[in-house]
Ligand binder design. Structure first.
Ligand SMILES: Nc1ncnc2c1ncn2[C@@H]1O[C@H](COP(=O)(O)OP(=O)(O)OP(=O)(O)O)[C@@H](O)[C@H]1O
Ligand SMILES: [Mg+2]
Length: 128
């Protein structure tokens, strides 16, 4: 859950690595000017991992996309898929666990997943 690539090379490299293991093709566009605090990197990586796991298990998507950028010392990550939608935190433990972990680092998590899709998860974590 805390891969060496994250420790050694940071969030962008770790996100590309996770995307490379996804059965659904993922476009990754994570552009960060510097390494972020360890707790932020670990939490954001956890979000990307669970989101990609959910896409593989549930979405029936043809493609997914991971975006990441730093705006005014806030990390913004967005994971989107073009699948069937209907993601619901009440349906499992993964999404609830994400919300808890993001809250620990004073971040915010939002999920949009109407029936029919698309599904977009967005997380904002302050790095200051
Ligand atoms: N990207 C997605 N597209 C469509 N449905 C989704 C997506 N992500 C989650 N879901 C739906 O929301 C439910 C809840 O997701 P959640 O991650 O909380 O649980 P889970 O993946 O079923 O189990 P786990 O506890 O192992 O994560 C899923 O069971 C699934 O029905
Ligand atoms: Mg899950």
């Amino acid at each position: 859950m805390h891969p060496q690539v994250l420790t050694d090379r940071g969030l962008a490299a770790a996100a590309r690595d996770a995307a490379g293991r996804s059965p659904v093709p993922v476009d990754v566009n994570v552009s960060l000017p510097r390494r972020l605090p360890e707790a932020v990197e670990v939490t954001a990586y956890y979000v990307v991992s669970e989101a990609l796991a959910n896409i593989a298990k549930h979405s029936r998507a043809g493609r997914a996309r991971v975006l990441g950028l730093l705006v005014d010392d806030t990390l913004i990550m967005e994971i989107r898929d073009d699948g069937v939608g209907g993601a619901d935190p009440a349906g499992g433990t993964g999404l609830i666990g994400l919300a808890d972990r993001v809250a620990v680092v004073d971040g915010r998590l939002s999920l949009s997943s109407p029936a029919g899709g698309p599904t977009t998860m967005r997380v904002e974590i302050p790095c200051g």
